[in-house]
Design a protein around this ligand. Structure first.
Ligand SMILES: [Zn+2]
Length: 380
């Protein structure tokens, strides 16, 4: 993995590269960034750079014997740990290394859901078990084979559970020339004992502009890139999914729901919920759907304010003017608040069926609200 293939994150890249060139590499680092921010890819690029034999000022050479092995993720001094579904208590991450290499080769920006699809996990809960912790300890007592540093990447240490405590001593005092890089998404879910022993590297979510530029570089037309960047909300994996799936579907799906709620069609709303509230549709799509909804409601208000020049979406699927008739200054704040809360709940693993049912009931009620004050009053 090269730094140059990762969108945005200039400040983080610079900090990591400097730490190598100034020989200030901390032995235990925690890369903390939201899903799709590129944190795993950054950790891989960083590890490859540390081990590269012919470093360039701002990236690995890509040609030396170390880089060649790194690019296939087969370097003997590079180790991985990640959540998996263990079929027995003795299984460790290495049982799934082939799937892991394939998954990263295909998408180094993947999130846990995409990884679980690779493992055909269905609804089973992944974890990093005690056998895997013991395997990590065993790997690290060996000396490195070829490189100066032995590097272990632990992806999503949130899944370590109490088993992680067996690693503490190693993280605190690793053998010489051993680096721990932990790549996490949720600060609150990591063992406090691990947090206190690692150097924190914060990785922000990508800015819309950075994500847009990345999509355009990858051949996406400008207008579509802007729309997808907005919907993906800084998540590279979500943007890729939207790109692959034809995001027009998301628009039609949202408009269909909007109309069903307006018509108070309970049975059809239930069918609609069945379509979106399942693992196949996925959390990222559910969030994108709601973000699209937020933009539609805001655009409807702009229509009502005669500010059509700043409308974000020009859709072929619907006429904004018609929808705008049902959105007013009474119901818009309630609808927006409902959508924002729903995104919040999805991120915290709420049951999507209950969540969308609740949201549909709110929406039916809110769309019946009439505007009491036809004038928008400011400073009140
Ligand atoms: Zn190299």
């Amino acid at each position: 993995m090269f730094f140059k293939d990762i969108p945005g994150q200039q400040a983080v890249k610079k900090r990591l590269i400097n730490s190598v060139n100034e020989a200030r590499i901390s032995h235990a680092q925690l890369f903390l960034g939201p899903e799709g921010s590129g944190s795993l890819a950054l950790a891989l690029a960083y590890a490859q750079y540390i081990s590269c034999l012919e470093k360039l000022p701002d990236d690995s050479c890509g040609k030396c014997s170390s880089c060649t092995k790194y690019q296939k993720l087969i370097h003997p001094d590079l180790h991985f740990s990640y959540p998996f579904i263990s079929k027995g208590s003795a299984e460790t991450a290495v049982n799934y290394i082939k799937e892991w290499r394939n998954a990263i080769a295909e998408n180094p920006f993947m999130g846990i859901e995409q990884w679980m699809e690779y493992l055909d996990a269905e609804n089973k809960q992944p974890n990093i078990n005690i056998a895997e912790c013991h395997a990590i300890i065993q790997k690290l007592v060996l000396k490195s084979f070829e490189a100066e540093y032995k590097i272990i990447l632990i992806w999503l240490p949130e899944y370590l559970g109490a088993a992680g405590n067996s690693l503490l001593k190693l993280i605190e005092e690793p053998p010489a020339k051993t680096l721990f890089i932990l790549i996490a998404e949720n600060y609150e879910q990591i063992l406090a004992t691990i947090l206190s022993r690692t150097q924190l590297i914060k990785i922000p979510k990508l800015a819309d502009e950075e994500l847009k530029a990345y999509l355009i570089d990858n051949g996406c037309p400008q207008e579509k890139a802007g729309r997808i960047a907005y919907l993906a909300n800084g998540n590279i994996a979500a943007a890729q999914q939207l790109l692959a799936e034809d995001d027009d579907d998301l628009e039609s799906l949202f408009i269909q729901w909007f109309r069903l709620c307006y018509g108070r069609k309970g049975v059809e709303i239930n069918d609609w919920i069945e379509q979106v509230a399942n693992a196949r549709f996925g959390r990222e799509n559910q969030k994108s759907l709601l973000r699209f909804g937020l933009q539609v409601v805001r655009d409807c208000l702009m229509v009502n304010l005669d500010q059509t020049s700043i409308i974000k979406f020009e859709s072929k699927h619907f006429e904004l003017n018609k929808l705008a008739n049902t959105i007013n200054f009474e119901n818009a704040p309630l609808i927006i608040k409902g959508f924002e809360q729903a995104v919040y709940h999805i991120e915290r693993n709420a049951n999507p069926k209950i969540m969308f049912l609740d949201l549909s009931i709110q929406m039916m009620r809110n769309l019946q609200l009439k505007n009491v004050n036809s004038q928008l009053t400011i400073n009140e």
